[in-house]
Design a protein around this ligand. Structure first.
Ligand code: DGL
Length: 274
């Protein structure tokens, strides 16, 4: 494709969860072609080291660049928190993660400066959200809580289930006690249990969805660079393409639970070769 604007945006995640970001991109940028890579063979990233997550992310970016994308969205909170700083420094192409837009939105939303953050072990212990929030508002108090059980609960489809409600109650009790007025859903899977989370923390706490904020930020970034596609596209299989590093079947069934349109398939890639 010769016209830079008509090229696709590459989106990647450790697995299927990043489709919550993909879904927002579809909604907010209906003229954009999108290519998704889910690292289903190596998920989860949330319990891995910075070095490993950075190496994985670099391989995926090399793969996406072979697909001739015009920009890349790191949809994974863990990859954004652990790897993106280093990758961004050397990047000669537009790349955006979910952590910065999420942190910015939370800093705008809080009134009392007490912000809760939930995510994987790696995202919480990286301190990245905290650093960014402190840069914007040095008085902000960030209370982080790793919630590792949410990812498997979502992948089992237990979105509105007493087990998920029970676990949410236990995980979030400390955050509620500390008086947060804003809660960042700092993991790709959490927007899928938004209702359970909102019921648990109560309506006075504002939930921040980094997926939504990232799609907005991506649209602004492409507009600024003159890269937004201005022609209508035919939605469906040619506009949206999916790649994975493990078998496609499980990916397909969860993808069809998350996305507003059914996907016919995903192509398996030997990601270690990149
Ligand atoms: N995609 C990851 C994230 O947003 C969650 C799953 C994982 O641990 O890889 O942090």
């Amino acid at each position: 494709m010769d016209n830079e604007k008509e090229k696709a945006i590459g989106v990647f995640d450790s697995g299927v969860g990043g489709l919550t970001v993909f879904r927002e991109l579809m909604k907010q940028m209906p003229r954009e072609r999108l290519i998704f890579f889910g690292d289903t063979a190596r998920v989860p990233y949330g319990s891995k080291s910075k070095e490993t997550v950075t190496r994985y992310s670099e391989q995926i970016i090399r793969f996406l660049r072979t697909q001739n994308v015009k920009a890349i969205v790191a949809a994974c909170n863990t990859a954004s928190a652990l790897a993106l700083d280093d990758i961004e420094k050397n990047a000669d192409f537009p790349i955006i993660g979910v952590v910065k837009p999420g942190a910015y939105a939370a800093s705008q939303a809080t009134k009392n400066g007490k912000i809760g953050l939930i995510g994987t072990e790696a995202t919480i212990s990286s301190g990245m959200y905290e650093r960014l929030l402190k840069d914007i508002n040095p008085d902000a108090r960030i209370i982080g809580k790793a919630c590792p059980l949410f990812v498997p609960l979502v992948e089992e489809g237990l979105l509105d289930d007493p087990v998920t409600t029970e676990i949410a109650g236990r995980y979030l009790a400390g955050l509620i006690d500390s008086g947060i007025d804003t809660l960042i859903m700092g993991c790709t899977h959490y927007p899928l249990i938004k209702d359970t989370l909102q019921k648990t923390v109560g309506d006075a706490v504002k939930l921040i969805n980094p997926a939504y904020e990232t799609a907005r930020e991506c649209s602004l970034m492409l507009e600024e660079k003159g890269l937004l596609n201005d022609k209508d596209i035919e939605l469906g299989e040619t506009a949206y393409r999916f790649f994975v590093s493990d078998e496609a079947e499980k990916f397909k069934s969860i993808a069809n639970m998350i996305l507003p349109l059914g996907i016919l398939g995903a192509k398996k890639i030997a990601i270690e070769d990149y």
